[in-house]
Design a protein around this ligand. Sequence first.
Ligand SMILES: C[S@@+](CC[C@H](N)C(=O)[O-])C[C@H]1O[C@@H](n2cnc3c(N)ncnc32)[C@H](O)[C@@H]1O
Length: 476
Amino acid sequence: MAGQQPTQVKLQHSVKVPQFYKTAANIAKRASEEHHSLKDLVFNANKHLNIQGLYALIIKTFHHEDTLERLIQKSKILKDRKADPWLIKILITELLFGKKSLSGDSKPVQAVLSHHDMFLAELKESEKAGTLKLDSYKERDSRPRYVRVNTLSLKVRAAMKMFSNEDWKQVCYDRKSEDYSSFLNRVTSLARDEFIQDLHIKELFIFPNKTEFYRHPLYIGGSIILQDKASCLASWLLKPSPGSITLDMCAAPGMKTTHLACLMKNKGTLYAVDSVRGRYETLCKQVEKHGATCVKTLCMDAFQLEAKHCPGVEYILVDPTCSGSGAVEQPIVKNREKFNASRLQSLTRLQSKLLRHALTRFPDVKRIVYSTCSLNIEENEMVVEDVLASVNTDASDPIFEVVDNKLKCKWIHHGSEDFEWGPRCIYTKPDIDLTNGFFIAVIDRVRSDEKNISRNEDEKEEQKHKKRKQLKESKI
Ligand SMILES: C[S@@+](CC[C@H](N)C(=O)[O-])C[C@H]1O[C@@H](n2cnc3c(N)ncnc32)[C@H](O)[C@@H]1O
């Protein structure tokens, strides 16, 4: 009997590190060292894995990164071992700050387990000595919790009432006369049982940092959405009118799409496009969950998108893939030079191409919002400058212009003064605005583009001709 035991143990304990941890380590490494967007990497991971759990474990690893590096150094766990340092960090995080257990017979798991007592003792000692350093990463995320009411299923007043019935106390102020700095002071001093309506976006409520809403019935039922204020501002500044035709060119996972549908009161048509299948599927789920019935989703490359796919588009949101350098949950780039050299260039190329496509392919468009969650001028003002210069061929009589936005007097950070129109854009800054870092430019058509219109007329004529020819041929 005793001889059978090892076989049973082997069946339960794999000698391989579970795929979940390997994926987590790989994503953490790429997000940290190459500065890929953490959210993009997680969303694009193998969909058979628990995506939410994966994201949570990586975030926890970043939260504790300083501590983990100290433990690795003190334990010498990596010495004489070929193990991937990120895998070791992920495993220690799971053991100390996550599930608090690890299973399997793989060498990295066994190595981490063999240091368990030492890790615990070390943590205890630093805590006693008061030297348990708070991670810089954790300190950075002092943002409050933003809760956007899905006005397609719940009125703002009704939501206020529901929260008040749950014993939340609403901080009241006069939204018309309040200045932005005093408002920010109110937000920073929210008590644990208080919430406040946002100064700019009336459907947005602000709760204290890290208030848990994932199990709240309003969240589960799709009546509230947990969306950072900076992200809400992009759709809010585009403000498509109800009944209009709008295009969300880089839509997944759909946070801004569902907000746009609310602003349009589900009237008109909102085309929501994304080219990555997995992300597109999430977009469809979000649209359905939040009752955004005016949305038509399209899984396609935005560069293939022409006016015939979404006729009459008046408003366009261009929110492309970016470095995510403004996102608070994004780890600090360790190898900035490597990142700058390789990735920034390809990102800015993609961003310019998408914005140019939005400006030149849709003859009825009157307003475009370009936004990124990056604080790099290369991905923001420089992209806008580059595209406007190529589209406005006659600089003295431009077709498109960056215009002032509704935040003019109630905002602190604007775009760079190195660009004549820079101060008309806005930046949100984590330490000031208590949001993710974001850039938003509102671009209006100020005159029609005759060349483009005539080209479109030509295209229409050509299509009519083709149809007539096909009809003739089918009759013969
Ligand atoms: C920053 S995310 C958009 C976030 C989204 N607007 C939201 O608020 O939830 C950028 C998206 O652009 C998509 N994307 C990138 N290049 C694209 C292209 N050529 N055509 C369509 N979608 C593209 C990516 O798949 C990604 O989902």
